[in-house]
Design a protein around this ligand. Structure first.
Ligand code: GDP
Length: 611
């Protein structure tokens, strides 16, 4: 579907022409509203001779062209430019053409209206004059068709020209990032709050949860109308009226946007490429500098803006430059959004441009920043994602998607990998992996008796969130880290000669003490050595004493064999069986239960599930 935007000097015959083309009078808005029969008030559309149906953005009343044009920009692919033959090219015509040029509108048809009011010579002159003005703009070479909205002269030729141009225009892009800039809000008795706008991207369906950006107010799509028909769902490139449930009339206004939740991030800071038109608009032919009061227009929104030029002091007519814009109010902007800057005092368009990075964060004017902007210029969503990941090294996947404008199912570019909810560049991933390996190596060298590093301590080295850290470890084949400790898989606890000697002495001492060993606190052995022996299975900690692994296995077997032969045993019987005292027998029985060797029933132990 295509949406056509109209442009042209006030009173040059736009409404008359649209009524003639569509049979719909865009100025009947108030009357339709009173009758309340429909929610897509004031919409005009027509079916071209080829059968293509096109919507027209021509908000009735005295709304300014620039706002209408921008409100549709994105969804608008073709422009219908109107110049009256009797008055010819006017300053407003020039400003409108400049705006279309800055917005990169490449497809259009010019209607030279009021052809019935002038003689043939004047008409030829008007057509030639328009063609001259178009030269050098994005609309250079567009068909220029003399018409009369009153007599119908030239209308068939105009329709044919529209058909040709619309057929050449690319369809509205669909990256699944639904956004509808609101151009009107009103209530209709029985329906509630209605918003209208041009669907620029993505799809909306009845029942969808949506947000009103930038406030984030939630609402639900109750019904959708386009061209007086009800739709279950509607895609990009359509004029749309949405009836929203759960939203007060005051909950949305022109300049807000209806968006799919979780995708759009309202922003006040955007990095852009600016362009100052080569030709003067309304006598304004100065270089653009940071000084001055400017208004930023994108979609149907408008907000004061401060300009920070990057690496230069001014942008002369015909030049482009990178800049950072500080917006007074947050707007749901995305990469590749077109905008226009106007001088707030004189209300004249002075520049336009395209958003390169809608969430640059507090990044300084670092040299890296400019190289990122150069890469983002003209990049596809996939190329933008690659550039952003490489530039940041590590960033949340949702930020990356919002900044690159990628669809949710966009495949990751080569050079980027996912770490939990983060995206990481190959280079940063290699560094993270190296830092983990280095930290483990250092720890193992400094503390050879330690089995590994506390997981949290190691995570602190990487400064990753838990999810990303787990993903990092999972991708490291040389690292083992299932529990709270992480170690190099190759790490073995190794004793030096004196540790080896103390270990042997300890094991001998415990073996000779049988099932009545000294308590742990009285062993006088360094804790790291004890931990290492437990880890190696040479010691088993039971209550507040240690047994050798050998003794623990023997106790287990001895008790299980006796239960097998004699039936359930009491603690006292087990005490006697092992030749120990109650002090040791109670924790031993509890340990046997815990390992599944035995099971307690009342005062006795029976066989547990683990042989
Ligand atoms: P808009 O402000 O551009 O929408 O202009 P309108 O469509 O409201 O037209 C302004 C005036 O010019 C109205 O009085 C129209 O009747 C008149 N008009 C518009 N188009 C034509 C035309 O093709 N021929 C003649 N004779 N008058 C026209």
């Amino acid at each position: 579907m295509h949406v056509i935007g109209t442009a042209g000097h006030v009173d040059h015959g736009k409404s008359t022409l649209i009524t003639r083309l569509t049979g719909i009078d865009p100025d009947r808005f108030e009357e339709e509203k009173r009758r309340g029969l429909t929610i897509d008030l004031g919409f005009a559309w027509l079916t071209l001779p080829s059968g293509l149906e096109i919507g027209i953005v021509d908000v009735p009343g005295h709304e300014r062209f620039i706002k209408n044009m921008l409100a549709g920009a994105g969804g608008v692919s073709v422009c219908l430019f109107v110049v009256a033959a009797n008055e010819g090219w006017m300053p407003q015509s020039a400003e409108h053409l400049s705006i279309l040029d800055l917005l990169s509108v490449h497809h259009g048809v010019v209607a030279v209206t009021k052809a019935d009011m002038v003689d043939a010579e004047t008409l030829d002159f008007a057509v030639a004059e328009v063609e001259d003005h178009l030269a050098g703009s994005t609309l250079a070479g567009a068909p220029v068709v003399p018409v009369s909205g009153v007599t119908g002269q030239g209308i068939a030729a105009l329709l044919a020209a529209l058909d040709r141009v619309v057929g050449l225009a690319p369809p509205a892009s669909d990256t699944g990032r639904a956004r509808l800039w609101i151009d009107r809000v009103f209530t209709i008795t029985g329906a509630g709050t209605v918003v209208t706008g041009t669907m620029a991207d993505g799809e909306m369906a009845v029942g969808d949860a949506v947000d009103i950006a930038p406030h984030g107010r939630p609402a639900r799509v109750r019904s959708i109308q386009s061209h007086k028909r009800e739709h279950e769902r509607i895609g990009p490139g359509n004029r749309v009226a949405l009836n929203l449930a759960g939203l007060e009339r005051t909950g949305a206004e022109r300049g807000d946007a209806v968006v799919a939740p979780g995708i759009w991030r309202p922003t006040k800071l955007v990095d852009v490429e600016l362009r100052v038109p080569a030709r003067a608009i309304s006598g304004h032919d100065h270089a653009l500098s940071e000084k001055g009061a400017f208004l930023f227009h994108a979609g149907s929104a408008e907000t004061p803006v401060r300009i920070q030029l990057i690496e230069r002091d001014e942008v002369r007519p015909g030049e482009s430059a990178y800049a950072r814009l500080w917006l007074r109010s947050e707007l749901p902007l995305g990469p590749r959004d077109r905008f226009v800057l106007r001088d707030a005092g004189r209300m004249v368009t002075i520049a336009g441009g395209v958003v390169l990075d809608p969430l640059p964060g507090a990044r300084r004017r670092a040299p890296g920043g400019l190289s990122l902007l150069r890469r983002l210029r003209g990049a596809t969503p996939g190329e933008s994602l690659a550039a952003l990941v490489e530039d940041a090294g590590l960033l949340p996947a949702s930020d990356a998607a919002a900044r690159a404008g990628t669809a949710t199912d966009e495949p990751l570019p080569s050079g980027a990998s996912a770490l939990g909810d983060m995206l990481v560049s190959s280079e940063r991933l290699a560094r993270l992996r190296a830092s983990v390996t280095a930290a483990l190596l250092a720890h193992h060298a400094a503390k050879p008796l330690d089995r590994g590093v506390e997981r949290e301590a190691l995570r602190a080295v990487t400064r990753l969130d838990p999810g990303a850290f787990d993903a990092l470890l999972a991708g490291l084949s040389n690292v083992t880290g299932h529990g709270a400790l992480v170690r190099l898989s190759s790490h073995r606890v190794a004793f030096d000669a004196s540790q080896e000697a103390s270990a042997r002495a300890l094991l001998a001492r415990l073996t000779s003490a049988g099932f009545a060993p000294p308590l742990a606190a009285d062993l006088g052995v360094e804790p790291a050595l004890l931990r290492a022996l437990v880890a190696g299975g040479e010691l088993v900690k039971i209550g507040d004493f240690y047994l050798t692994g050998e003794q623990a296995r023997a106790a287990r077997e001895c008790v299980r064999t006796a239960i097998g032969e004699r039936g359930p045993l009491t603690v006292a019987q087990i005490r006697d069986l092992l030749g120990t005292s109650r002090k040791y027998a109670v924790p031993l029985c509890e340990w046997l239960d815990a390992t599944g060797a035995t099971r307690r029933t009342g005062d006795t132990r029976i066989l547990g599930p683990n042989p």
